[in-house]
Design a protein. Structure first.
Length: 573
């Protein structure tokens, strides 16, 4: 059951943070902890309901290292031992009746120690309503992921559904897959490899990347019959070990080619685009018994599939990742008979005359249909900075925040853009990066980003927002992006030059803002819509009227949603 309530937060007594692994004092209640570093941990803290949590979390003990502690210091000691031993904490559970300190401060301390762990607050029935009213603003700002009722009996599956969702989200974004569906072998993780892994992540396929001299790499290469030294080599349930030269080649191995459809077949519906709109159309069409083909130029899910966590999508009170939303919708459409083909952009539509079927043309063949539904979305508008474009795949990524997140460990990251996708990317990347700076041309994010995301950014100590800025240059160290130059858009290009005093991503939080774009369609052509977004936020006040250099571990660009009034016109060839 989710938290409810709309009153202002109650006043909490002020206490020192409790989950500080660097505290010197060791209270008498501190105890030794036996930890299993081979399994991710669940660490719970409850003074009065430890027996209930021990019983409820016991069902996870076979695959997780479960610890239920009764004092804050015990929880801190346990967490410290796990982290110092090289283990992982997947989930923190905090009883809201623990009166040592305010819940939101305890959760902030937990996030500081283990940013990647999910955070859950549980409340007993007697205090649930009171505590939910007090904690609701902190839930909205992202201090923790969910608040649930403490179970009062056995088989409380609503409680466990929420726990499993949080663990599922952690496993899909942080943990290495226990079973790989696709194995990628390469000596160097280059731009092509990152494109392949991003595609695999968005399709929901568990994958692993291995060096040729690793045990897995040697096993895969023993089955490889292609030319030597052609990387990457891809194997798995998709077939034999083969060199994979492009995302399209991988998509073809996964889903096939459009020309595999029998030439004499005329389907009832072709859906062009497999974002949320196209997936919905696919479900509704095929559920009515219509033969349905769905074409997607990239990965199923479209732009939404790149989002780490969508919290304002109807029906998912705890939020859902774009990848999981897309894969659930795809599974639903497959159940009714929809066939999907990805990696094949629709290049042309030839309308049928005098009762003849329409033809959708792709490089992989054509599909004939009685009805064509165009559900195309957006294409990334590039930054257009030559020095940056040369580094795509080597520190510069367009919309690959989910797959690239673990690579950002302890790096400074810049996210360019101020829409919801940029905000979701920043929150996700902040779990791994040392700092995340959101760079936008507008003064702030208020016009371009949802309020709940703005709050999350403002309350995350690792995220800063810098407005009135744009990227104008960048440079490398050892082939990877090392620094970028930001220009204050209010003063143009004045004061060019490198500022060595600003070599780390920095800024301070602010209020945000957004802009949408426009595009045009050519008759009888299904061209990618070129969004013209300007999503910007306020950051550190700039004193110099010129470009500033910011050292960056990675640079990401997000795309903005296309305007609803941008309809694509389809005519005769």
């Amino acid at each position: 059951m989710e938290m409810t309530g709309d009153q202002h937060p109650a006043q909490h007594p002020q206490h020192e943070p409790v989950l500080d692994p660097h505290r010197d004092e060791m209270p008498a209640e501190a105890t030794a902890h036996d930890v299993d570093l081979g399994a991710p941990a669940i660490v719970a803290l409850s003074t009065d309901h430890a027996d209930v949590l021990t019983a409820q979390l016991g069902r996870y003990a076979q695959e997780y290292d479960v610890h239920v502690e009764t004092t804050p210091q015990q929880a801190a000691d346990c967490t410290t031992k796990i982290i110092e031993g090289g283990g992982q904490v997947a989930l923190f559970v905090l009883d809201s009746t623990v009166a040592v300190m305010p819940v939101e401060k305890a959760m902030a301390a937990m996030r500081a120690v283990v940013p990647t762990a999910r955070r859950l607050v549980v409340s007993p029935w007697s205090s649930f309503m009171e505590h939910s009213r007090a904690l609701r603003p902190h839930l909205v700002s992202g201090a923790f992921d969910a608040q649930l009722l403490l179970p009062r009996g056995t088989r409380d599956e609503e409680f466990h559904t929420a726990v499993v969702e949080l663990l599922n989200d952690w496993n899909s974004t942080v943990a290495s897959p226990q079973v790989e569906s696709v194995t990628v072998v390469t000596p160097v993780v280059d731009g092509l490899t990152r494109s392949l892994t991003d595609f695999l992540f968005r399709t929901g396929a568990p994958y692993g990347v291995h060096a040729p001299d690793s045990e897995v790499g040697r096993e895969v290469l023993a089955r490889y019959r292609g030319e030597p030294d052609r990387w990457p080599v891809v194997a798995g349930w998709i077939g034999d070990a083969e060199h994979c030269p492009s995302v399209r080649a991988l998509a073809t191995r996964l889903y096939g080619r459009p020309d595999e459809i029998e030439v004499d077949d005329v389907v009832d519906v072709v859906v062009v685009g497999a974002g949320p709109a196209g997936l919905a159309a696919s479900v509704y069409a095929s559920s009515e018994g219509l033969s349905t083909i769905t074409l997607e130029a990239e990965a199923i899910g479209g732009q939404a599939g790149t989002s780490s966590m969508i919290r304002n999508y109807l029906g998912f009170p705890r939020g859902i990742s774009g990848m999981r939303l897309a894969q659930r919708a795809r599974s639903q459409a497959l159940r009714f008979g929809t066939r999907f083909f990805t990696g094949w952009p629709a290049e042309e539509l030839v309308l049928g005359a005098q009762g003849q079927p329409h033809r959708v043309i792709t490089e992989g063949g054509e599909v004939r249909a009685r009805t064509v539904i165009v559900a195309t979305g957006v294409a990334y508008r590039r930054l257009g900075v030559p020095a940056i474009e040369e580094l795509v795949g080597n520190g510069v990524h367009y919309g690959a925040a989910m797959a690239a997140g673990p690579e950002m460990q302890d790096l400074d990251v810049i996210v360019v853009g101020g829409g919801n996708s940029a905000g979701q990317a920043a929150v996700h990347l902040a779990r791994f990066a040392r700092s995340v700076t959101v760079v936008v041309r507008r003064p702030d994010l208020s016009a371009t980003m949802s309020d709940y995301l703005i709050r999350e950014l403002l309350h995350n100590p690792r995220i800063t927002v810098r407005g009135h800025a744009r990227v104008v240059d960048g440079g490398t160290e050892e082939g990877q992006l090392a620094w970028v130059t930001l220009e204050d858009v209010r003063f143009g290009g004045a004061g060019a030059g490198r500022d060595p005093g600003a070599l780390s991503a920095a800024g301070c939080a602010a209020t945000p803002r957004l802009a949408a774009g426009a595009g045009a369609a050519r008759r009888a052509r299904l061209r990618a819509h070129r969004a013209r977004p300007a999503r910007r936020a306020v950051g550190r006040r700039t004193t110099a009227r010129g470009p500033r250099h910011v050292r960056a571990g990675r640079l990401l660009r997000r795309r903005c949603p296309r305007g609803l009034d941008e309809a694509r016109r389809l005519g005769h060839r």
